[in-house]
Design a protein around this ligand. Structure first.
Ligand SMILES: [Zn+2]
Length: 463
């Protein structure tokens, strides 16, 4: 028989203790207590990392001993880890030598940029990741034991959610009974199906991907989902521009906040109720913000490095391949939560278009152009969109039309003209835009690509 940790009562106790104590860490700790807690967790993770070949070999080569790392102030002694480095040790080098990889669940990052990465997580990672998410539910005055929670995840094969939830949690009977107030929906289903299921479940909390939430808001405005009256909505997975956020919030008559996380790290940050600032889950993670080998200043965009302070699968320590551009906020604000703050999440570093002044226009801004289709034109007629920048002045927009909606609402030409205006606002009135219908767009590469040669002009920062 297998030694499933869930048959072990001590493991269950550990989970419960972690839930009842840890979920409040950011509320109950002051800065000093949080620092001590983090340093202790960090030392433990470093000791664990020395049992994992990928880290052991790297650290020994750099002449680092376990005792050199006494707290997070020593983190700079450790080399930064790239995605390629982790991949080179897959699979056996990513877990302790004496552990069997069948005891872990594999999760993979999305392969849309052709750089998919697989790592191992254990039950403890999975539970803590879920607690991180449930913590946000609690911050918005809901109780997951009493209130109904709908989570619209990406349950396609090999996604993080499939690994964490379907392979990790669903097979556990206790999970099904303990968390029966949770409804799990698949964002790969059509919005029309999702809204029906939400309508019969009547959730108090809806968590989902930004795009799906937008589509649901359009349907709701059209009169679907009359029973859906959540008291709060959480958006994950991609960027939510302020106007789209307001639209979703108005339609559902509920506040919308963002949870920021990744496959490799679990939840990283969430927006607080009072001020909407992003609070890093600093008891679970340590974050660094670096651009050109230098720590960025407050509100300055930079690459985020993440260190996970918990877990028993593949450790994540000074991991640089989240590839998001994020601005930290080095200020105090008084909502009673301890830990680090993020001012703004700008989007993937690989997804941008060039403006002629050398600035990279990041996904956050480009998303704003497209979300107008939802909140101004109220249409979900475009099922998929791709933008190719051929040169500094020439853009191509490809759109996949939903045939069922073709003759409803604004015409395709009207939609294209709204998009053209949006692009002109950002890139100038003299740009050339070719907009056309296509049958489908390739999922192998990002939806936004530029062919502009960066060697030909000076990059001057981000927008
Ligand atoms: Zn706050």
């Amino acid at each position: 028989m297998s030694l499933n940790p869930f048959y072990n009562p001590f493991f269950l106790l550990k989970i419960l203790k972690n839930y009842f104590i840890d979920i409040n860490n950011l509320r109950r700790f002051n800065d000093d207590q949080l620092k001590q807690f983090r340093d202790k967790k960090f030392r433990k993770i470093i000791r664990y990392a020395f049992t994992v070949p990928m880290y052991k070999e790297l650290y020994e080569k750099a002449g680092i001993r376990v005792e050199d790392i006494r707290g997070l102030s020593d983190i700079y002694k450790l080399p930064i880890i790239s995605k390629e480095y982790i991949k080179s040790y897959y699979p056996d080098g990513l877990i302790p030598k004496n552990k069997n990889k069948d005891k872990f669940v594999t999760v993979s990052t999305s392969g849309t940029t052709g750089k998919s990465l697989s790592i191992f997580v254990d039950m403890f990672d999975i539970i803590m990741g879920l607690f991180g998410y449930l913590r946000t539910v609690k911050e918005y005055d809901l109780n997951w034991r009493k209130h109904k929670i709908s989570i619209i995840g990406d349950f396609a094969p090999n996604t993080a959610e499939t690994g964490y939830v379907k392979k990790g949690l669903f097979p556990k009977a206790w999970f099904q009974s303990y968390l029966k107030n949770l409804q799990w929906l698949d964002t790969n289903d059509k919005p029309e199906k999702i809204i029906e299921e939400l309508n019969s479940f009547r959730p108090d909390f809806i968590g989902g991907y930004t795009g799906m939430l937008g589509h649901l808001a359009v349907l709701k405005e059209d009169g679907f989902g009359k029973n859906i009256k959540p008291s709060v909505i959480a958006s994950t997975g991609s960027l939510l521009d302020p106007t789209l956020k307001k639209y979703i919030s108005n339609i559902f008559n509920a506040p919308v906040f963002e949870v920021y996380g990744t496959t490799e790290t679990g939840p990283i940050a969430f927006q607080c109720k009072e001020f909407g600032k992003y609070h890093v889950m600093s008891d679970l993670l340590h974050v660094e913000f670096i651009e050109n080998n230098r720590i960025v200043s407050s509100k300055e965009p930079g690459h985020i490095l993440v260190t996970k302070l918990y877990g028993g699968g593949t450790p994540i320590i000074r991991y640089n391949a989240i590839n998001d551009i994020v601005s930290p906020l080095y200020e105090k604000h008084n909502c009673g939560l301890a830990g680090d703050l993020i001012e703004k999440i700008h989007g993937r570093d690989s997804i941008y278009l060039y403006r002629r002044d050398g600035k990279k226009v990041l996904a956050m801004s480009i998303t704003g152009i497209f979300s107008k289709l939802l909140y101004e034109l109220k249409t979900s007629k475009f099922r998929d969109i791709k933008v190719i920048q051929h040169d500094i002045k020439k853009f191509e927009i490809q759109a996949v039309i939903d045939e069922k909606l073709r003759n409803e609402g604004p015409s395709v030409d009207k939609i294209f003209s709204v998009l053209k205006n949006g692009f002109q606002d950002y890139f100038g009135n003299d740009i050339i835009i070719e907009a056309k219908e296509v049958k489908n767009v390739s999922r192998k590469e990002p939806r936004i690509i530029t062919k502009v040669d960066p060697g030909k002009f000076k990059e001057t920062g981000y927008i």
